[in-house]
Design a protein around this ligand. Structure first.
Ligand code: HXC
Ligand code: NAP
Length: 291
């Protein structure tokens, strides 16, 4: 079953992982599975109370160790302080999961300069701040076998109307993933990215499908597999990518979207709408006309 847990028990034992934006949504789901697999996980975001609540809940559910740390990823000094707090508690950190994000739908001409900057700052500058601070730490300490996993989107490469700051920033995060996968491989740091399709969360759905849009734009209909993603499916992929089983995987972006973005891309994909019964007639017409 695709919602089953994939990796063997203790697959992440001994790993210390930082998940930005780990207090809610997909970050929380991935954190939960990492804890179940034996990792210690620090979750960070701007809202300490939310993080403390999530950490307690996940520790109760999994018996693992989850450390809540307040950190606005837009500020490099806060990221350095967060790293120090994680090191003070865990002694070592092995994995950085850049998952924190900000986004909302808007025609671009309605955005203030500050609105555009806010998204770029959370997504691109935030991922850069964490990557740079953790990378410098790992390189200075000659620590090997470390991992950065970035959560991007499929519009990192297609672009998308109405979420232009997010698309611009996620494209930058993907470029950083591929660039550093090569440059920092010599330091034993692996970089990969996941591009999820629609995985319902409150954070994303409130800002991308507000009010009636939830019913009007049923995202499952856009997916060839005719459903949205289950959080455990994403958690399974993330756990594999940060684990030692993925030791030879570097510089890759893995799409997990049920075929959604390709459906929008293929020139004749819309022929899906042709009823089965019509194909005999169409074939006859083609044969006749091409004689
Ligand atoms: C236009 C808006 C706006 C809106 C805010 N702004 N919301 N402009 N339309 N709906 C403007 C504000 O007026 C302000 O500009 C600027 O943006 C900053 O807003 P603040 O509220 O001051 O910022 P902040 O408190 O930092 O909050 C950031 C946020 C908020 C992004 C606006 O939504 C947030 O905290 N989001 C975090 C969680 C999140 O977004 N999760 C969804 C990720 S989903 P002015 O000029 O007035 O100062 C995702 C999915 C991708 O990434 C793919 C899905 C398939
Ligand atoms: P979410 O629950 O809103 O997650 C976003 C997280 O980022 C929140 O926990 C938020 O916590 C944190 N955050 C926002 N601004 C921050 C800042 N300045 N500093 C630190 N943390 C900050 O939404 P989600 O759907 O789970 O999204 C998680 C990731 O998946 C994002 O990268 C998103 O782009 C990606 N994604 C989601 C989907 C989907 O369908 N859900 C699809 C493709 C990609 P605080 O508010 O407490 O700071």
């Amino acid at each position: 079953m695709y919602t089953d847990k994939m990796l063997r028990d203790d697959a992440l034992k001994g790993k210390n992982i930082v998940v930005t934006g780990g207090g809610s949504g997909l970050g929380k789901a991935m954190t939960k599975y990492f804890l179940e697999l034996g990792a210690r996980v620090a979750i960070t975001s701007r809202d300490l109370e939310k993080l403390q609540h999530t950490a307690r809940e996940l520790e109760d559910e999994t018996g693992g160790t989850c450390l809540p740390v307040a950190c606005d990823v837009r500020h490099y000094d806060q990221v350095e302080a967060m790293l120090k707090q994680v090191l003070d508690n865990f002694g070592q950190v092995d994995v950085l999961l850049n998952n924190a994000a900000g986004n909302f739908i808007s025609p671009t001409e309605r955005l203030s300069a500050n609105a555009f900057d806010t998204i770029i700052d959370i997504v691109l500058k935030g991922s850069k701040n964490c990557t740079l601070a953790f990378g410098k730490h790992w390189i200075a300490g000659k620590q090997q076998n470390t991992v950065v996993l970035n959560i991007v989107t499929t519009y990192s490469w297609t672009g998308s109307a109405y979420v232009v700051p997010s698309a611009t920033a996620k494209a930058g995060v993907l470029a950083m993933t591929r660039s550093l996968a090569v440059e920092w491989a010599k330091y034993g740091i692996r970089f990969n990215a996941i591009a999820p399709g629609p995985f319902p969360t409150k954070g994303a759905w409130d800002r991308l499908l507000p009010g009636e849009l939830k019913e009007k734009f049923d995202l499952a209909r856009k997916v060839p597999l005719k459903r949205v993603g289950e959080h455990q499916e994403l958690a399974n992929l993330a756990a594999y990518l940060v684990s030692d089983f993925a030791a030879y995987l570097n510089g890759e972006v893995i799409t997990i979207d049920g075929g959604e973005w390709l459906k929008g891309a293929g020139q004749f994909n819309l022929l899906d709408q042709i009823p089965e019964a019509m194909w005999d007639m169409l074939e006859n017409t083609i044969r006749k006309n091409s004689r």
